[in-house]
Design a protein around this ligand. Sequence first.
Ligand SMILES: NC(=O)c1ccc[n+]([C@@H]2O[C@H](COP(=O)([O-])OP(=O)(O)OC[C@H]3O[C@@H](n4cnc5c(N)ncnc54)[C@H](O)[C@@H]3O)[C@@H](O)[C@H]2O)c1
Length: 425
Amino acid sequence: MTDSPSKPDVAVVGLGRVGLPLALSFADRGLNVIGIDNDPARLSSVREGAMPFRETGAQELLDRVGASGRLSLSERVADAARARHIVITLGTPSFSHIEIDMRDIRSALDDLLGALRPGHALTLRSTVAPGTTEFVAGYLAKHRGFQIGEEVYVAHAPERIAAGRFLEEIDSLPCIIGGVGARSGEVAAELFGVFKAPIVQTTPVQAELAKIWANILRYTHFALPNLLMMDCERYGANVFEVIDLVNRDYPRGGLAQPGLTAGTCLRKDFAFSEERSNAPGMLLAVSRVNESVPLFLVEGIKRRVGSLSGRKVAVLGLAFKADTDDERDSLAHKLVRLLERELADVVAHDPHVSTPTASLEQAVESADVVVVGANHSELCDPRTLAMIAERSSADCLVVDPWNCWGAGQVFAYASELAALGAPSA
Ligand SMILES: NC(=O)c1ccc[n+]([C@@H]2O[C@H](COP(=O)([O-])OP(=O)(O)OC[C@H]3O[C@@H](n4cnc5c(N)ncnc54)[C@H](O)[C@@H]3O)[C@@H](O)[C@H]2O)c1
């Protein structure tokens, strides 16, 4: 890793879960890359050759790129202007006002303004609300007088990978590019053409809509079985059996499985549509369904075991989804908070996350309730259920909205699971 290599071809601003694998992937394709982040801890981790988070294959890639000398690092956003291509991979949270929070992007633009020259190409890789790419172009035109699309290029090329699959999907998912003005799309495609994925040119707003609606589709897709799970509790029905009845040999089926649906992207991207929606409230309702699953689980536990005060509850899995170490906006944390408000003694276990947790044995030992918070592969192993049956309290309630052990019960006692023939003790 160098601090000032030969002139970089591309700058990646924001070395997070999107930016760092992207910067490494550009360098691996032979480009000289400058990676920029204002978090000194993140930079020193990369400088020392250690991935700051888990992404399949990324550590090996960092080792290879580090040895190649093609990645340099900086804390200063203005250094991005040393490269012709500047790719913005900063976070874009949403305010609680149902509005995109563009503070990081605005701050990076202000840092770059004085350093931009004709020929520069700025690509927004972050997920943004419709109209943001045109706003960025307008901001550069207003403050520097550039002809966007002719002198300076601005495009949106949304990141669409799923965490854990970055290195596979960067070469396979069609790369959508929406360029402003005559040539921005073409110039951005020169950069993203280093990957094998096909490039699809469109307008900036269509690129923005395509990205957020892919996430809205997923968020809504999972809200339906989550709502059904709550309805089934009301009617004394089994959600897994109903889903099977819907889907089995039915050409128009396709209902997904329930679970804790959130994470940093799904939880906020719908708000970028909702901020100017023609049907205000529809996606908020989707969000409310997914956000109410932890409370539904806590209430279901209380209905079965009574007060949770002083009772030991093991939460297995804190990440927002299976087999990741990403805990941002995870509903497992909301579940823990709600359980603690019932005065339960909560002990969490997660083999992946950076939050310190107990071992699996410690978590389930004498537990009155065990809840699967994230369906990590090792937790869904039948041996985990066997350990729960062996070590937890005699009438331990097992809560598994993911059906990770195939028992087909959201709420069941460990003894019932054994009787059902689930692979337990
Ligand atoms: N995480 C995903 O799986 C995923 C997938 C697709 C799209 N996205 C989108 O990509 C974007 C980035 O997401 P992420 O998960 O990588 O975010 P992140 O929070 O992991 O990364 C952002 C990085 O930018 C740095 N940063 C913040 N402000 C800065 C500034 N002013 N100057 C320099 N560095 C700064 C932070 O230190 C951090 O390392 C978001 O818009 C997100 O919605 C994320």
